[in-house]
Design a protein around this ligand. Structure first.
Ligand code: F6P
Length: 546
């Protein structure tokens, strides 16, 4: 008998009934009735603690969600991914970012070949290169030491290394300054290279396909910038590439010997632990990079082995789904109380929204349920002075993930205690609010009481670790990767393609040509008028410079 669609399955219908029973229950009541709630809803793995007790759910809810996951074959999907089956069906590819952090003696077979030795061979080459740059053995064309490393890439070829380099700045060499250029806006390249000496600058061009217009344009500008300063022969000492496209790299003029490879079974947004992490490895050193991989691996193993009821990525995914599907929440906020994780939200946006922002299932049939939420947020405590007003008193229900660390990498007076106090206080205030009685008892005038009430009952997860180390960061990223995987498995979608970015890319290519010539325009009237406006501005510019 064919399996029922997700929203007609008995497990889904059971959750719908359960939702009707519990939707109006207050977190105050849940906590009042369950003295052990916090301890029974706290799980730990790979150095991370997840306290999910401040969510609008009970042990019964978790049981029903787990039953839903089981009924959708999530366990088998997890094994299929780890085994290297071609689960990216629309592109006919395996999905094996987990092989990138597998230990040297592991075996992961793709097309009859164990890929782990190749993974470690590239890691070893990266380590040798990173060591050479860090210790001054790799020098620029004039013999000067490399002081600046500029990563050129976009999307997965930028967000992972940029986020992680900032996150692990406490572990980075003080001798080297690592920068990132992603946007095709020339201002990005100009700002990143401002004041740099070409003789001390190394460019790492990162692109899985080596065809991405932003990256190739930036790489050409970088090449011109370098050649103007040092001449054509300097290119070999100042450019390396990371790609799956050897021909593209050599055609650009980078020696294949200066290329670090990865494979089509690594999705761009899952590629930080591959050679795409080279700029990070140069910054923090091979040893710290390997610590990060160990953190990834610890979470991979936990995801694969732990029972769903105590499995961090599974719980995080199921809780997210509970709000998306049954409460109708459309967004989720990720709020790291760590300035070092300031770019974590950007990173997660691609991971979650490019993976699961889909509208049809694996069979191409339109979904009758929600897929990925809008992921947003920023580092605490800045957000508190910007958008937390809405979180506390607005009309929207926004489930939050708080992320924090007990110890700081920066030893500076009382800062960390205050940061952690804010982190705990926000989760508490969102959950329990302040009632009209409490506001009145505090002596507030009657007409102001409604304005001063905090309804509470606003859910959050608390993810804590001792300290932000390479290992913790690896585990944290893998936690979210697998959360996204879990949700895709239940929704029945392919988390590993991104056809949705194509239409705009193709249109931009055509319009780029039209902006440069005066060919007849066949777009809609709005787009035609915008193009005409640009053409006229170019004309004015030409006249004024004549
Ligand atoms: O945004 C689309 C995308 O294909 C991402 O998936 C990818 O991370 C990014 O572009 C960059 O691609 P590449 O590494 O091939 O330059």
């Amino acid at each position: 008998m064919p399996r029922p669609r997700l929203n007609q399955s008995p497990e889904w219908l059971a959750l719908r009934g359960h939702y009707a029973d519990v939707a109006d229950r207050e977190l105050r009541d849940w906590f009042g009735a369950e003295p052990q709630r916090a301890s029974s809803m706290t799980v730990e793995a790979a150095g991370l603690v997840l306290d999910y007790s401040k969510n609008r759910l009970s042990a019964e809810t978790i049981g029903l969600l787990v039953a839903l996951a089981r009924s959708r074959g999530v366990g088998e999907r997890i094994e299929a991914m780890f085994r290297g089956e071609r689960i990216n069906t629309t592109e006919g590819r395996a999905v094996l970012h987990t092989a990138l952090r597998a230990p040297r003696d592991a075996e992961v077979v793709v097309d009859g070949e164990n890929v782990v030795p190749a993974v470690h061979a590239v890691l070893d080459r990266m380590a040798a290169f990173a060591g050479d740059v860090r210790e001054g053995r790799w020098r620029g064309a004039t013999g000067k030491r490399i002081r600046h490393v500029v990563n050129l890439g976009i999307g997965g070829s930028d967000l992972g290394p940029a986020m992680a380099t900032r996150a692990l700045s406490a572990y980075a060499s003080r001798e080297l300054d690592v920068r990132f250029v992603s946007n095709v806006d020339g201002a990005d390249f100009a700002q990143a290279t401002l004041g740099l000496d070409p003789a001390e600058t190394l460019f790492i061009v990162c692109s899985k396909t080596f065809t991405t217009i932003e990256t190739i344009t930036n790489a050409h500008s970088a090449r011109r910038w370098l050649v103007e300063g040092l001449g054509e022969d300097a290119v070999a000492k100042h450019f390396v590439a990371v790609s799956t496209n050897r021909a593209g790299v050599t055609e650009f003029g980078i020696d294949a010997g200066n290329m670090f490879e990865f494979w089509d079974w690594v999705g761009g947004r899952y590629s930080l632990p591959s050679a795409i992490g080279l700029s990070l490895m140069v910054a923090i050193g091979p040893e710290s990079f390997r610590d990060m991989l160990a953190g990834f691996y610890a979470m991979d193993e936990h995801f694969r082995e732990a029972p769903f009821e105590r499995n961090l990525p599974v719980l995080l995914g199921l809780i997210g789904l509970w709000y998306d599907e049954f409460f109708g929440c459309e967004t989720t906020a990720v709020l790291p109380y760590s300035e070092e994780l300031a770019r974590f939200g950007d990173y997660l946006q691609q991971l979650d929204m490019e993976s699961n922002g889909k509208r049809v299932d694996l069979d191409g049939v339109e979904l009758e349920w929600q897929s990925a939420p809008v992921v947003w947020g920023q580092a605490g405590t800045n957000g508190q002075h910007a958008f937390y007003q809405l979180l506390h008193q607005g009309t929207k229900l926004v489930p939050c993930d708080f992320i924090g660390f007990l110890r700081s990498n920066v030893d500076l007076g009382d800062h960390q205690r205050l940061l952690v106090a804010n982190l705990f206080a926000q989760a508490e205030a969102l959950a329990f609010g302040k009632t009209a009685e409490e506001v009145t008892a505090a002596g507030v005038d009657a007409e102001l009481v409604p304005h001063r009430v905090f309804p509470g009952n606003r859910p959050s997860n608390m993810i804590l670790a001792d300290q932000l180390t390479p290992h913790t960061l690896g585990a944290l990223i893998a936690l979210y990767e697998h959360k996204v995987f879990l949700q895709a498995a239940i929704w029945g979608i392919n988390a590993f393609d991104q056809w949705g970015v194509e239409l705009g890319k193709v249109a931009a290519k055509q319009i780029a040509g039209e902006l440069a010539d005066d060919s007849p325009l066949t777009h809609d009237s709005s787009t035609n008028a915008l193009i005409e406006r640009y053409r006229k501005s170019q004309e004015r510019l030409r006249h004024s410079s004549q």
